[in-house]
Design a protein around this ligand. Sequence first.
Ligand code: G3I
Length: 335
Amino acid sequence: EEAPLKELYKDAFHIGAAVNPKTIESQRSLLAYHFNSLTAENEMKFSSVHPQQERYTFEDADVIASFAREKGMALRGHTLVWHNQTPDWLFENETGGQVERSVLLERLKAHIQTVVGRYKDVIYAWDVVNEVISDDADDENAFLRPSKWLDIAGEDFIAKAFEFAHEADPQALLFYNDYNESDPHKRERIYRLVRSLLDQGVPIHGVGLQAHWNLYDPSLDDMRAAIERYAQLGLQLQLTELDVSVFRSEDRRTDLVQPSQEMLELQAERYESIFRLLHEYKEHISAVTFWGAADDYTWLDNFPVRGRKNWPFLFDELHRPKEAYQRVARIAVPK
Ligand code: G3I
């Protein structure tokens, strides 16, 4: 049997996977064998745990927390503030109008205290704020993404979220998490945000690079430049949602029922280069989490086209190691 990834990389970083209650069942032995860290794919998001003001729903999140406790795996919390999967009630007052800033911040505080407090014993790191940086490539003054958070509370909902999370669990490592993190424009915006939080004395301990990549993009140079730049913040870095799609980002074809040999070869090379790069920066990188575990389930099966199968991981649909696994495993072994 193949060597566990978590063992091969134990001197470098944690090896994580995003899970949900279904994959905890269907991928149970694969998860326990190769991974030593987990993230809830959707189950700890605002809408999942707090759909109504007076009602918290922790059943699914608890399933994931219990699995992590049972197996002694590290658990990352995802996520406290986001523009998606956030319920409307949060931004509304009793008459259906927009809530006041102070009320929104009180609600945020109550939410964070309840959710972070509940999993204090098992969650060691939280993605406190997710994806607040603008993707706008045309406007060079663009900075924060437009959102209800920003509209109602102004920029400092970000700092407040970190402060509330720190109060709720002073031991947790607090992350800012984003995608397109290797894009040069976005990279500098993310850097600027985190730098300003640090300058204000906000409790923030890490930057999460989602790393939703594909066979061609981003370039290794851009990945390296991003890691170097974020490392200058003096914070720890984690890859939080790694996957390598076999399609180009503009490709919308839906006819493939299995990946071509060429795709699998390119993917293996790509993963090898990525892990070589990560290994070079292992002093800065504390965890590498895949956004799933094996090709039988990935969010990319429904993105950007609904029902289009993808094969982004190191393990195939039957949980067998792919060529990409072999390459990643081989380079982990010190010469
Ligand atoms: O729960 C419903 C279910 O009742 C319904 O039958 C089904 C059919 O449409 O939809 C289910 O909801 C879906 C949900 O995932 C749970 O599977 C939503 O439609 C779907 O939009 C949602 O997608 C999630 C997405 O975040 C939402 O933005 C993905 O699973 C999840 O992988 C993805 O994760 C995000 C990270 O949190 C942040 N970074 C990007 C990453 C990928 O988009």
